[in-house]
Write a protein that binds this ligand. Structure first.
Ligand code: DGJ
Length: 729
C-alpha cells in the first residue's frame, strides 16, 4: 500500500479508495502533494506551482527564487526560516533560539501499526489491516530527531498520524508545541465543521465558510470538554450528508487540545491539531523522547454520512477494547435522576425489582453510596461504602441484585477529592494547587494530582478493594469539574508546563491498568455528561454518558452531532421522567424511547412511581430494543434530516446485509397546515423488496421516491418509527 518512488522522491500511501502523497523536495523539505480519492498512478507531471512572491524568503541554498517555505504546501512545517504561517512545532533550544530546521533523513515502511507508548491509539489485530510509513527528519544543529508516523488502513478510508521528537543533543530543550498532524491544502473554498457546545448541550454542529485568517478551536480546561470537541471536518461548500468531499480530523486525546486552521494570503489552508500549546512547556532532556497523541484522518467522497460511518467502523474495530468490539451493550437503569443522593438499600432494591419486571438488564448505583456522601460537598476520595445507606454494603447489595437476575454496577469519580474527606485530611497536598494561592472549587471539589503515581496508587487500591469484594459488571467513571491552579507539588518550577499532559498520561495509565485487571467489567465514561467524550477515552471505556441533558428534544441535537464521529454503540442514552429535569419540557414516552433507543438504551427514572400503562409501554420499548439490538447498536447509521436546519429530523439504521432497517422520524414543533414530509431512505439494496407494515416497496422506491410521514401526525414532538424488512422475491 505504501510505495516510494526514488526518482521522483515521492511516497504514495494508497488503498483501493484513497491516496496520500508526499514529496521530498531538494534540501530535504517535505511537501504535501495530496490527500483524497485514490490516484491509480501518480504521474508527477502535476507540480504544485511556486512563484516568486514578494516577502516570501528563500531558504539557504535554494536554487530558485520561487522556492519558499512561506508558500510551499508542507507536511510538518516549522517557523523561523521563511514560513510565516502557524508552525507544527515550536521548540526553545538551550541558546534561547527557536529556529529548528528539520530535514528529511530516511524512511521505513512497516507492516501493521505500532502502538504509542502510554497513549491511546488505533490498533490492528492483523498486520494486513494496515501499513505504516515512518519518516525520519533531523535538525543537524540541535541533534533533534523527528519521526513522523503515517498509517494507512486497508479497509477504511483512514490515515492516522502522529509525531515523536527525540533529543539526541547534549542540552535539554523546551517543547512548546508539537502537533500530531499538519496538512496544507491548496487554494480552494472550504466549509469548516466543528462540534461546539456547553454542559447539557454538547456537540452541536456548527458549519461555516472558511475565511482568511487563523481560527483556533481549543480546550484549556484540562479535559477535552463540553465546549469544543477535538474534531473538525473540512468539506466542500456543496458537501451534504450524502455527497461531496469531506476530510474529518479526530484527535485521540482527552486533555487540553488545539486545532488551528489557517487560510493564508494565497487562500491555502493549513490544519494543525494536537495537544494545546497554550501553557505547554515540556523539558525534553537528552536521550528522551516526546510522543504526540494520534490524529485520525478520514476521507469521504460521499458526504458526511460516509465520513461518519468510517469513523464508526474504525472506533468499533480498531479503537475500543478488543473484547467490546462487537459486544452488545446491556439495557441499564441508573438511579441518579430517580433518587439523587437520597436512597438506602431498601429503595434501591425496590427500584431494581421494578426494573427487572420491565426487562432491564443492569442496575447502576450512581453517586452517593460511599463515605458520608449525602450531597456534593463531601467524601470524594473516600471510596468505602456507607453502611448507613447500604446496610449490607456494596457486595451485599450486588448479591441481592444479582439474585434478581440483574447485572450490577456502581459510580466512581476517581480523579476528584472533597475537602471534607479522610483522603484530604490525610493528604492535603495531593490536589492540584499553586502554593500560596487559594484554590478554586468546582462543584465543591478539587482535582487530585493524577500526574503523581502515589496518588493514583491510593485510588487504585481503594477501587480494586471494592471491585474485589463485590461482584461488579459495570463501572461509571465520572469527572465533574475542570482543572484550575494547574500545578503539581512534586515537580520543579521548570516542569510545571508539563502537568496538564502528565495528568492525562496518569489517567491513561490508570484506565489501562484497571480495565485490564477487570476485563469483564463494562466501563462507561462520563464527565458531567459529555465533558470528556473523545476518542482517547473510547480506547479504554467503550461507552460514554452522552449528556446530562436527558430531554428527548435536546438529545436529538446532541446525539445527531455526536454521531458525526462517535459510534452509536458508544452513546449512553436514557429515558427519563417528565417534566424533564434539565429543560422542564414534557414529551411523550414514545419520543423519549425513540431517541434513547437510537443510542445505548437505558432508563433513569423512578419506575416504582410509574403507572401500569407507563410500565407496559417501557416493557414494550425494551422488548423492541432487545429484538433489534444488534442493528441499533452496530448497524450502519445514516442521518437523513438535520435538527440544525429542519423542523423535521430523521435518521436510520441499516443492517450489514441490507435486509433490515429501522427509521426514526421526529417533529420538533407542530404547525397548522403542515406540509407533507417525505423521507428518502438510504443504504438499502435498490434491487431488494422490503416490507413495511402491510406494504411492500422496492429498495429503489424507498430511497428515491421515499416514504411519506403520516399526514395525520399531530402535536409538538411527534415521532414515528418504521421497521423495514427485506422479503424473498
Ligand atoms: C454527573 C453525571 O453526568 C450524572 O449522570 C451523575 O452521575 C452525577 N454526576 C452524579 O454526581
Amino acid at each position: 500500500m505504501i510505495t516510494f518512488d526514488e526518482d521522483k522522491q515521492i511516497f504514495h500511501l494508497t488503498n483501493n479508495r484513497i491516496s496520500y502523497l508526499i514529496q521530498i523536495k531538494p534540501g530535504g523539505y517535505l511537501a504535501h502533494i495530496y490527500f483524497g480519492k485514490k490516484i491509480a498512478h501518480y504521474s508527477s507531471s502535476y507540480d504544485y506551482p511556486q512563484v516568486d512572491r514578494s516577502f516570501s524568503p528563500n531558504p539557504p541554498h535554494a536554487v530558485d527564487r520561487g522556492f519558499s517555505l512561506d508558500t510551499l504546501l508542507q507536511e510538518y512545517p516549522g517557523h523561523g526560516f521563511g514560513d510565516f504561517r502557524e508552525p507544527a512545532y515550536n521548540i526553545r533550544l538551550n541558546d534561547g533560539s527557536r529556529v529548528t530546521d528539520f530535514r528529511y533523513h530516511d524512511y521505513q515502511i512497516r507492516p501493521g501499526k505500532p502502538q504509542l507508548a502510554g497513549l491511546p491509539a488505533t490498533y490492528v489485530s492483523d498486520e494486513h489491516d494496515a501499513q505504516t510509513l515512518v519518516l525520519h527528519l533531523l535538525d543537524q544543529v540541535s541533534q533533534l530527531e523527528l519521526k513522523m508516523y503515517y498509517t494507512i488502513f486497508t479497509k477504511q478510508n483512514v490515515i492516522t498520524r502522529s509525531a515523536k521528537l527525540t533529543n539526541h543533543g547534549n542540552d535539554t530543550v523546551e517543547v512548546n508545541r508539537l502537533t500530531s498532524v499538519a496538512i496544507d491544502f491548496p487554494a480552494a473554498s472550504y466549509d469548516l465543521i466543528q462540534l461546539r457546545g456547553a454542559w447539557a448541550r454538547e456537540r452541536n454542529i456548527v458549519r461555516e465558510p472558511l475565511n482568511l485568517g487563523i481560527k483556533v478551536l481549543d480546550s484549556k480546561r484540562g479535559a477535552s470538554g463540553h465546549q469544543q470537541n477535538p474534531f473538525v471536518a473540512l468539506v466542500q461548500p456543496e458537501t451534504t450528508e450524502f455527497q461531496g468531499e469531506a476530510i474529518g480530523f479526530g484527535l485521540i486525546y482527552s486533555g487540553n487540545h488545539e486545532t488551528i486552521i489557517q487560510r493564508d494570503q494565497y487562500a491555502q489552508t493549513r490544519v494543525l491539531m494536537g495537544i494545546n500549546s497554550f501553557n505547554f512547556a515540556w523539558q525534553l532532556q537528552p536521550e528522551t523522547a516526546f510522543q504526540t497523541p494520534e490524529v485520525v484522518l478520514v476521507y469521504s467522497d460521499a458526504g458526511l454520512n460516509a465520513m461518519s460511518q468510517t469513523f464508526h467502523d474504525l472506533c468499533n474495530q480498531h479503537l475500543v477494547p478488543r473484547r467490546f468490539q462487537q459486544r452488545q451493550r446491556p439495557i441499564l437503569i441508573n438511579n441518579w435522576e430517580a433518587t439523587y443522593f437520597n436512597f438506602d438499600e431498601n429503595k434501591i432494591l425496590k427500584l431494581a425489582q421494578a426494573a427487572k419486571e420491565v426487562g432491564i438488564e443492569l442496575f447502576v448505583l450512581d453517586d452517593g453510596w460511599f463515605g458520608a456522601r449525602n450531597d456534593d460537598r463531601t467524601s470524594l476520595g473516600d471510596w468505602f461504602e456507607n453502611k448507613a445507606k447500604l446496610s449490607h454494603g456494596v457486595s451485599g447489595l450486588s448479591a441481592q441484585i444479582h439474585q434478581m437476575g440483574l447485572q450490577f454496577g456502581i459510580w466512581f469519580e476517581p480523579e476528584m477529592i472533597s475537602e471534607d474527606s479522610d483522603l484530604f485530611r490525610n493528604h492535603p497536598d495531593w490536589v492540584l494547587e499553586v502554593p500560596r494561592r487559594e484554590r478554586s472549587v468546582g462543584r465543591n471539589q478539587y482535582v487530585l494530582d493524577f500526574s503523581r503515581a502515589e496518588v493514583r496508587a491510593n485510588i487504585f487500591k481503594q477501587m480494586t478493594t471494592i471491585l474485589d469484594q463485590a461482584n461488579l459488571d459495570y463501572i461509571k467513571w465520572d469527572m465533574n469539574r475542570n482543572m484550575t491552579e494547574v500545578y503539581s507539588q512534586v515537580l520543579p518550577a521548570l516542569q510545571q508546563g508539563e502537568v496538564a499532559h502528565r495528568y492525562i498520561l496518569g489517567l491513561y495509565d490508570f484506565l489501562s491498568k484497571i480495565t485490564q485487571a477487570y476485563p469483564q467489567v463494562l466501563f462507561e465514561g462520563c464527565a458531567g455528561g459529555g465533558g470528556r467524550f473523545d476518542l482517547g477515552i473510547l480506547y479504554y471505556l467503550p461507552q460514554s454518558w452522552t449528556s446530562d441533558n436527558t430531554d428527548a428534544i435536546s438529545r436529538i441535537k446532541v446525539q445527531y452531532g455526536t454521531s458525526l464521529l462517535y459510534p452509536i454503540s458508544s452513546m449512553g442514552a436514557h429515558v427519563s421522567a417528565v417534566p424533564n429535569e434539565q429543560t422542564h419540557r414534557v414529551t411523550s414516552l414514545a419520543i423519549r424511547g425513540n431517541v434513547a433507543m437510537s443510542g445505548v438504551l437505558g432508563y433513569e427514572l423512578d419506575l416504582t412511581k410509574a403507572t401500569a400503562d407507563e410500565k407496559q409501554a417501557i416493557a414494550e420499548q425494551i422488548k423492541f430494543y432487545k429484538a433489534h439490538r444488534q442493528l441499533l447498536q452496530f448497524g450502519k447509521f445514516y442521518r437523513l434530516m438535520s435538527p440544525f436546519n429542519h423542523n423535521d429530523v430523521a435518521w436510520m439504521f441499516v443492517s450489514e446485509q441490507q435486509d433490515e432497517a429501522i427509521v426514526f422520524y421526529f417533529r420538533m414543533s407542530a404547525e397548522a397546515s403542515y406540509p407533507l414530509v417525505t423521507l428518502k431512505l438510504a443504504g438499502l439494496d435498490p434491487a431488494k423488496h422490503y416490507r413495511l407494515g402491510n406494504a411492500v416497496y422496492g429498495g429503489d422506491e424507498l430511497m428515491n421516491i421515499g416514504l411519506y410521514v403520516d399526514p395525520n401526525l399531530t402535536g409538538d414532538y411527534a415521532t414515528q418509527r418504521y421497521v423495514i424488512k427485506a422479503i424473498e422475491d
